[in-house]
Structures are given as structure tokens and as C-alpha cells.
Design a protein around this ligand. Structure first.
Ligand SMILES: [Zn+2]
Length: 328
């Protein structure tokens, strides 16, 4: 009886010891962990949800170091399943690599198109700064920013590259300063052969030098085809009627005279006053010698302010000097 009791006790103790040994072995080899899923896909074992959050936050910071405005997200909230896992499995996996593959990014790109050049910036201020710099240098800047959302950062324009493009766009669009070209003087070398000596029989009366200055900028045939005399004068300087007559034209002449007055003095004689900045008479008006017809200008084909004074006899341009020399 006693021996039977001893045997039972011994057996029970043995079983208890075996269970303890097995329990301790399992505890040392297997660790508690959370099996993690995103969007139904297994992404790895984390020791707990807190470790998952730490890894996720590290990866967000990693993306933000490239572009601070990036939007980082997961396709769905993670789900966790409590389990036990072998140490070796935990050690072999890389939770950073696993989770990095699941992270989604959305970058905002500011596309700037200027004069056929395209640039991509990650910061809106950078694109706006660029346009400001451009506006400071050239007029009528045609620049447009469009916003684009992309999952990967590609083809971003570096600051150096943007500066280079800025310089070349400015260079291409700089306004060209008008250059005043002095007329080429060839004195009267053509005048003698062109002037036939025909002078209209002008009626007696006052003949007036047609403006204030007697300085000749370009003589009759001073260059080939120049069929008048250019007299110096600043914009607005009065222009006087050479002789009495009737205004036959006062207005814009698109053949090169610009604002122009023509006076018919009779006997086939017409005087022309070209490039005016202002006109004070109108067609049909009767004028006397010395009446103000308008102001000197540079309208029509003119590179600077002057009066182009021209004399026509029976419709043909003639040398104005015999007429001007007759001025009182
Ligand atoms: Zn001229």
C-alpha cells in the first residue's frame, strides 16, 4: 500500500519536472510578438504595437528629410495579431525594410514653364521667387506655375540649374535699347545732277524759313533717295508755312512721312512738312507764310526729331535750296 503511494508521488513529481523543463525551454526559445498586417498583407513581426509606431515614425522622418512637405501614409491602418515567435525569426527579419516597402508618399511639385523652359520645384516659394527675379529684369513675363501630385520625386530642378535657366531667359528677353544712327552725309554730291534748275514762278510775297533752326541734319540727296532737307529741332519746335497757300493734306501718311502737312501754293508748287509730333491745321485751311503748322517730331520713318522739308513742282521733288534761299 505504502509502496503504491510512493510510486504515484514519484511519478507525479517526475511529470511535473518534465513539464517545467519543457515550459522553460519554450519560454527561452519563443518570444511574444505581434504579427502585423497592412491591407490584409503580412508585413512582419513587431515586438509590440509601440515598436511598430517607432519604426513608422522613423520612416516618416526619413521621407521628410528629402522633402519636408511630403505626405506620408499607409494604404490602410495596420492590424495586429498576438503570437509567439522564435527568436531567430525575429532576428532575421528587418522591420525597417518590410515597412519601408509599404509606405506611400505623395509629393507636391510646382511646375514652372517660362519661355519654353520647364522647371520642377518642391517648394512653392522657390517657384514664386524665381518669377519675381524674372519680373525685376524683363517686362511681360509669361510664366505659369502648375501644381502636380506625384508619388516619387523625379527630375527636380537644382538651384544651380534654375539660376542658369534664369540667366539665359533674361538674356534672351532683354529689351533692345533703340540706337540712334547718325545719317550718313554725302554733302550735295547728287544734288547738282538731280536739280534741273527749275524753280516755280512764286508770287511775290513773304517766304518763311520753315522752322526755328537753320541747322541741316541731312541735305537734299544727303543719302541716295533723300528728296528733302532735314532741319534740326527738338520735339514740339514750331513748323512754319513756307508761303501762303491752301492746306491740301494734314494727317497721317503711311508712306514714311508720318504726321505730315502739304500746302499747295499754286503754279504747281507744293511744300511738304514731315515727321511732325503735332499738327495744328487741317485740310482746306488757307494759311499765310509763317503760320504755325505743327510741331517737330519723329513720326513715320525717322530716327530722331527733325523737320523733313520737301518741295514738289508739278508732282516731282525738286531741290528745296533755291526756295529756302529766297526766304526773307
Ligand atoms: Zn528727310
Amino acid at each position: 500500500m505504502l509502496s503504491t503511494l510512493k510510486f504515484v508521488l514519484f511519478t507525479a513529481m517526475s511529470i511535473a519536472m518534465i513539464f517545467t523543463a519543457v515550459y522553460l525551454t519554450v519560454l527561452n526559445t519563443y518570444k511574444p510578438a505581434v504579427k502585423t498586417y497592412i491591407n490584409g498583407e503580412f508585413v512582419g513581426y513587431f515586438t509590440d504595437e509601440q515598436q511598430f509606431d517607432e519604426v513608422y515614425n522613423d520612416l516618416v522622418a526619413e521621407k521628410q528629410s528629402i522633402d519636408e512637405n511630403v505626405k506620408v501614409y499607409l494604404e490602410s491602418e495596420p492590424t495586429f495579431e498576438q503570437s509567439y515567435i522564435k527568436d531567430s525569426v525575429l532576428e532575421e527579419q528587418n522591420v525597417y525594410t518590410n515597412l519601408r516597402a509599404e509606405i506611400k508618399t505623395e509629393y507636391t511639385i510646382y511646375d514652372l514653364v517660362v519661355d519654353g523652359e520647364e522647371m520642377k520645384f518642391t517648394a512653392e516659394e522657390q517657384a514664386e521667387d524665381y518669377i519675381e527675379k524674372l519680373k525685376a529684369e524683363i517686362d511681360n513675363v509669361d510664366a505659369k506655375i502648375t501644381v502636380e501630385k506625384v508619388s516619387e520625386l523625379e527630375g527636380i530642378t537644382s538651384t544651380d540649374r534654375a539660376d542658369d535657366i534664369l540667366a539665359s531667359v533674361i538674356d534672351r528677353n532683354k529689351p533692345v535699347e533703340p540706337v540712334y544712327e547718325e545719317p550718313v552725309y554725302v554733302s550735295n554730291q547728287y544734288a547738282a545732277s538731280v536739280y534741273t534748275g527749275a524753280v516755280a514762278a512764286v508770287a511775290d510775297g513773304t517766304k518763311c524759313w520753315p522752322t526755328v533752326s537753320h541747322t541741316v541734319n541731312c541735305d537734299y540727296w544727303g543719302y541716295y533717295g533723300h528728296n528733302g532737307i532735314d532741319l534740326a529741332g527738338s520735339s514740339g519746335t514750331p513748323i512754319y508755312a513756307y508761303m501762303g497757300g491752301t492746306v491740301v493734306f494734314a494727317g497721317w501718311d503711311s508712306s514714311g512721312y508720318g504726321n505730315c502737312v502739304k500746302i499747295n501754293h499754286g503754279n504747281g508748287l507744293v511744300t511738304i512738312y514731315a515727321h511732325q509730333s503735332a499738327i495744328y491745321v487741317s485740310a482746306g485751311q488757307v494759311v499765310n507764310a509763317g503760320d504755325t503748322l505743327g510741331g517737330i517730331g519723329m513720326t513715320g520713318w525717322a530716327t530722331g526729331n527733325h523737320l523733313h522739308f520737301e518741295v514738289k513742282l508739278n508732282g516731282v521733288s525738286v531741290n528745296p535750296w533755291p526756295y529756302l534761299n529766297a526766304c526773307n
